[in-house]
Design a protein. Structure first.
Length: 570
């Protein structure tokens, strides 16, 4: 799902410490049917089934990319899933853990290895030699400079180019295989959130210049529909609405992957489940509901280790355009300005019902930082359903007798998101017959468009969070009154003391001491709980679903999807 970045919210503040507080699981214990087979790292063992489509990995996904150009894509869209298969970055996230490893750079810069200056401003990247793009041209430091400069020059409103432009003071090519960057201010998160980000993917300069070049403020049609990177897969064909076909790149510098790959666009959940049952698909887009339907099928395996860093949440709109609300909605512009109303919604929601029903038990009631991000505290305050407290707050604010009708926007064919809206509807309407919640379910393309409209034209929307691994990213994005959603959703209209919240979040993000940061976040969490801007429905458990004949299955929650290069079939 695409996530909109308002033109008003160009502010992005990287923290000063790269947090290795996230301990990504490498799926050491995938569950298998009736306890048979091995773990995820070694495949699932011999199921006795004949391997279907032995030369290609077929991955069924619930939609297709909105585009393929790293300089145009939003971090949360499906396009970013294609990017990690065909493009590469100077640094990479390995299957195990969160510590960055070399990518197209031969070393991860640090002060210890002399590639970061003493003042923390200058980063030197030794570029890997002998790497070729899918068009056959050789990678040099010029391509790196061109790729980053291209994203900043295009500066498209839907892109994440601001991560580069608001962090970097200067870039230069030292020689053919040395690239140097000077930052505006020290930012240890530079490597993990800028260098490893969609707009920093390295593209072929020759391919771009031969196909439209770079025009400020304008997209490149060729790059929107083609991919010319250095990654393990090259795009062969994109049949809109049906599939994307990829070939293993035989000249890949790190060894060609064993399988070709196909991204099948499967918008109907029942088709996806049936495809797994008959062996048409090797991997399916994960959802807890699919586990229930597939657990009894021989040959289907599951990796259920850890949590996704994507808590399911419902947004309160504190900048409601009353004249543009859906027909029948009766809430005023300031409906969510009163924190007691937001608290009442949080107390009314049936968390256990949602987790046990919609998520089939694969989830937990969340705190305001997902496990195991730095600052996560299992004892931090969290909401649980308390209907008496919800009623008290609604009565205190006058809404108990007045009643209201409010709509929630959700995406079609996404049961986990729709389920948040339906559980909220059931929770509130059973609490008071004067309350009405309309769950508006729309196709993905329309959801993306309406979710990105400013001002947002619904009282609420529901989505899964972006998979951020550092608390400053989460705090800036979701809680800061002047952050991306803070501006779009009008958080300053509701926070009791928005300046205090802003100051605390900024201070915690700028600290260089992890222990100090952790203590600061644990002080912030109760404030966010008392003055909630969201309804966090659940931390969703990781549930990856694959055929047992897929060997070496491994998944890092910091990836946006499984990376095909690591898998084989047999």
């Amino acid at each position: 799902m695409a996530r909109f970045r308002s033109e008003r919210s160009r502010r992005w503040v990287p923290a000063l410490v790269l947090t290795i507080g996230f301990l990504a699981t490498a799926c050491p214990g995938a569950s298998t049917p009736e306890g048979e087979g091995g773990g995820a790292e070694t495949g699932a063992g011999d199921t006795g089934a004949e391997v279907a489509n032995p030369g290609v990995l077929i991955h069924a996904l619930g939609g297709e990319p909105e585009g393929l150009d790293p300089a145009r894509l939003d971090e949360g869209g499906r396009g970013s899933r294609a990017i990690i298969q065909s493009y590469e970055f100077l640094v990479d996230i390995p299957p195990e853990g969160a510590a960055l490893v070399p990518g197209l750079a031969t070393e991860v810069p640090s002060q210890e290895n002399g590639l970061v200056s003493e003042d923390g401003l200058t980063y030197t990247f030794p570029i890997r030699e002998g790497v070729v793009f899918h068009d056959g041209t050789e990678l040099t430091a010029d391509d790196v400079l061109f790729s980053w400069d291209r994203a900043m020059t295009m500066d498209l409103p839907e892109s994440q180019a601001f991560k580069l432009s608001e962090t970097i003071a200067d870039m230069r090519v030292v020689d053919d295989f040395t690239f140097e960057v000077t930052l505006i201010e020290p930012a240890a998160l530079f490597l993990g959130t800028v260098v490893y980000s969609t707009p920093a993917a390295i593209v072929s300069q020759d391919a771009v210049e031969s196909n439209g070049g770079v025009v400020a403020g304008e997209p490149n049609e060729f790059m929107d529909t083609n991919m010319v990177g250095t990654g393990p897969y090259q795009l062969v064909e994109w049949e809109r609405g049906v599939r994307l076909e990829f070939e293993a790149f035989e000249d890949y510098w790190n060894g060609a992957p064993p399988l070709d790959a196909t991204w099948e666009v499967v918008r109907d959940n029942s088709v996806g489940v049936l495809g797994m049952q008959v062996g048409d698909y090797d991997i399916i887009e994960p959802a807890p509901q699919f586990v229930e339907q597939l657990q009894g099928d021989d040959g289907v395996c599951f990796d259920e280790s850890g949590y996704l860093l994507e808590p399911l949440h419902l947004a309160f709109n504190l900048d409601i355009p009353v004249d543009e609300l859906p027909d029948g909605d009766t809430v005023p512009n300031d409906f969510f300005w009163d924190k007691r109303v937001r608290q009442a919604f949080n107390y009314a929601f049936d968390y256990e019902g949602y987790i046990n029903g919609v998520l089939a038990g694969y989830g937990a009631i969340p705190t305001y930082l997902a496990p195991p991000v730095l600052g996560y505290d299992p004892d931090a305050p969290k909401y649980a359903q308390d209907l008496a407290e919800a009623e008290r707050l609604f009565r205190e604010t006058g809404w108990w007798d007045r009643g209201f009708t409010a709509s929630v926007l959700a995406e079609q064919n996404n049961d986990t998101m729709i389920g948040v809206g339906l559980v909220l509807k059931d929770s509130l309407e059973s609490l008071n017959e004067n309350f009405r919640i309309n769950v508006v379910v729309v196709p993905e393309a329309r959801y993306d468009e309406e979710h990105g409209t400013v001002p947002f034209q619904y009282p609420m929307w529901v989505k899964n969070a972006e998979p951020f691994s550092d608390p400053d990213q989460v705090m800036q994005f979701y809680y800061h009154p002047d952050g991306e959603w803070g501006e779009v959703l009008g958080f300053r209209n509701g926070y009791e003391d928005p300046d205090e919240i802003a100051a605390r979040i900024d201070e915690a993000g700028q600290s260089t001491d992890p222990a100090e940061r952790e203590a600061m976040y644990q002080e912030i969490l109760p404030l966010l709980h008392e003055d909630p801007m969201w309804l966090w429905a659940a931390d969703e458990q990781n549930v990856q679903i694959f055929q047992c004949w897929v060997q070496d299955f491994i998944y890092n929650p910091l990836w946006v999807m499984p990376r095909w290069q690591f898998y084989s079939k047999g």
